[in-house]
Design a binder for this molecule. Structure first.
Ligand code: GDP
Ligand code: MG
Length: 172
């Protein structure tokens, strides 16, 4: 069985935990606890290949930033999460991405997926699909708009990342 460490990164409150819990447990996490940092495990089949995922849902609040370096070193794939209801959270993932590349020694082929969350909150949208798509294309990273609440594109987001990791680490 192939094992992969995934790290979920993004600003506080964007929906990292809700996205992770939706994927791993198929429930919607209503409550918001910004301090919770947890590891989740899930086995999935992608294109016929089983993969055992260990997913670190980081706390992501400003005061925990110093801890990112160790996670990023250990991580094989990254989900960069912003909320499409909060423009500032998109700038935050730009910084996180730069941090990943710096820590990975300039490796331009790090498996990354960009996930915009809270797609169901249509009246609160601040980030257009185009804006995020343009940014993600520049990074050569796939991009999905998701809703943990409605379970939209959550599985696709994780599967895409696993596909990238399977291609990059064929012998693990
Ligand atoms: P985190 O700090 O990034 O882990 O954020 P959370 O996952 O805890 O989410 C923060 C708040 O946003 C919680 O109250 C969630 O229920 C809510 N939330 C997360 N994802 C969604 C979503 O897709 N739709 C809606 N409507 N609310 C969401
Ligand atoms: Mg959280």
């Amino acid at each position: 069985m192939r094992d992969f460490n995934i790290v979920v990164l993004g600003a506080g409150g964007v929906g990292k935990s809700a996205l992770t819990v939706r994927f791993c447990q198929d429930v919607f996490l209503e409550t918001y606890d910004p301090t919770i940092e947890e590891n989740y495990r899930k086995v999935i089949q992608v294109d016929g290949t089983p993969a055992r995922l260990e997913i670190l849902d980081t706390a992501g609040a400003e005061q925990f930033k110093g801890l990112n370096e160790g996670y990023i070193k250990a991580g094989r794939g990254f989900i960069l999460v912003y909320s499409l209801t909060q423009e500032a959270s998109l700038r935050e993932i730009d910084m996180l991405r730069q941090q990943i590349y710096a820590i990975k020694g300039g490796d331009t082929n790090v498996p990354i997926v960009v996930a915009g969350t809270k797609m169901d909150l249509v009246n609160e949208r601040e980030v257009s699909n185009d804006t995020a798509q343009t940014l993600s294309s520049r990074w050569h990273a796939p991009f999905y708009e998701t809703s943990a609440k409605r379970n939209w594109h959550v599985t696709e987001t994780f599967e895409d990342l696993v596909r990238q990791m399977l291609a990059k680490y064929p012998h693990d």
